[in-house]
Design a protein around this ligand. Sequence first.
Ligand SMILES: NC(=O)c1ccc[n+]([C@@H]2O[C@H](COP(=O)([O-])OP(=O)(O)OC[C@H]3O[C@@H](n4cnc5c(N)ncnc54)[C@H](OP(=O)(O)O)[C@@H]3O)[C@@H](O)[C@H]2O)c1
Ligand SMILES: [Zn+2]
Ligand SMILES: [Zn+2]
Length: 352
Amino acid sequence: MYNSKAYAAHSESSPLTSHTISRRDPTDSDVQIEILYCGICHSDVHQARNEWSGMMPTVYPCVPGHEIVGRVTSVGSAVTKFKPGDLAAVGCMVDSDRTCPECKAGLEQFCNNFVLTYNFPDKHLGGVTYGGYSDSIVVDEHFVLRVPSNLDLAGTAPLLCAGITTYSPMHHWGVGKGKKVGVVGLGGLGHMGVKFAHALGAHTVVFTTSPSKKDDALRLGADEVVISKDANEMAKHAGSFDFILDAVAAEHDINAYINLLARDGNITMVGAPPQPLAVGVFGLLFRRRSFSGSLIGGIAETQEMLDFCGEKNITSDVEVIPIQKVNEAFERVVKSDVKYRFSIDMASLKSE
Ligand SMILES: NC(=O)c1ccc[n+]([C@@H]2O[C@H](COP(=O)([O-])OP(=O)(O)OC[C@H]3O[C@@H](n4cnc5c(N)ncnc54)[C@H](OP(=O)(O)O)[C@@H]3O)[C@@H](O)[C@H]2O)c1
Ligand SMILES: [Zn+2]
Ligand SMILES: [Zn+2]
C-alpha cells in the first residue's frame, strides 16, 4: 500500500478538501497510473452530495472522478497491453466478474458484480474505491484504455464518461446519415452527443434552455438549435425525430420530447435526475415510440470510441482548472455554466 494525494468530500454538505488515501501496490495484472487530468462529471456532484441516496448512497470520505487520463508508472508481471511511460485512461468501471453473460458480451456496464471507479466496495483494500481526483490510481489492465497519441490530454479525459455515455446509445440506436437526431441539454454529455451525431452524419438538432449557448451549439456541429422553453419552436419539430438523446441532469418535461419523435422513434435518457420523471403513456402509444435508458458503455466499445475520436480528432471542449477550484466548478456545473466540461490539471495536487 502507498499514499496518494486526493480531494474528498467528507459529508454531503461540506466542500471537497485535500485528503490522503491509500492505493494498493500493483498486483500481477494491475497498471499503476500517474493521473494527469480528470474531468468533472455531473455524476461527481450528484454523488459527492449524496443526491442518489436511494440508488447508491455515498460513503464518506468520497473521492469522485471517473474521467481519468494519465501516464503508466509501473505494471504487474502479467500485464501485456501497457508499459511504463505509456498514456492510459480509466473510465467509470475498474472491475467486474468477467464470467457472466454480460461480461462475455463486452457489456461490463451491466454486470451484477461490476465495481465502479469510486464509492463502490473495494475488494482489495476494504472500504470503498476512490476515484480520479487524486494523483495516482491502480487498476486491472482489462479496465485500462489506450489513448490515441494525437489527442489533447485535458480534452481526452471527459471522453471516458461523457464520450462513451453518448457514443454507446447512438451506436445502439443506429444514428447515422439520413437520421434526424436531437440532443437535449448542452452540458458535458450533451456537447459530446452533438459532436458524435454530427461526426456520424446525422441531421443534428440541439435543445437547450440556455439561449446564450446557441452559437456554441452550431460551432460544435448542430444543424439547428431549439430553445426548449419556446413552445412554438418545439411544435415545428413535432413527430419528426428518429432518435433523441436526453442528457439533462434535473427534473424536466420528458413528454415534450416524446411528442417530437416520428413513428418507431426512440428517446434515450442518459441524464440521471434524482427525481422520477412523469411519462405520459399516450405519447408512447401513438407512433409506437419508445423511451429507454443507457449506462456508459463496455470496455471494448470505450476503446472503439477513443479510437474513433483519434481518427476524427474529437475531444471535449474543456476549461482546465487546478484542483483548488473544484468546489467553484461544482457550483458552476449545477448552474449549467460550463463550456463544456471542467478538466482538472492534477499537477496542481503537488502543492497540497
Ligand atoms: N447514463 C450514464 O451512464 C451517465 C453517465 C454520466 C452522466 N450521467 C448523468 O447525465 C446527466 C448530465 O451530466 P453532465 O455531466 O452532462 O451534466 P451537465 O454538464 O451539468 O449538463 C446538463 C445540462 O442539462 C441542462 N439542464 C440542467 N438543468 C436543467 C433543467 N432544470 N431543465 C432542463 N435542462 C436542464 C443544461 O443544458 P442547457 O443549458 O443546454 O439547457 C445542462 O448543461 C447527469 O445527471 C449525470 O449524472 C449519466
Ligand atoms: Zn460521469
Ligand atoms: Zn459480469
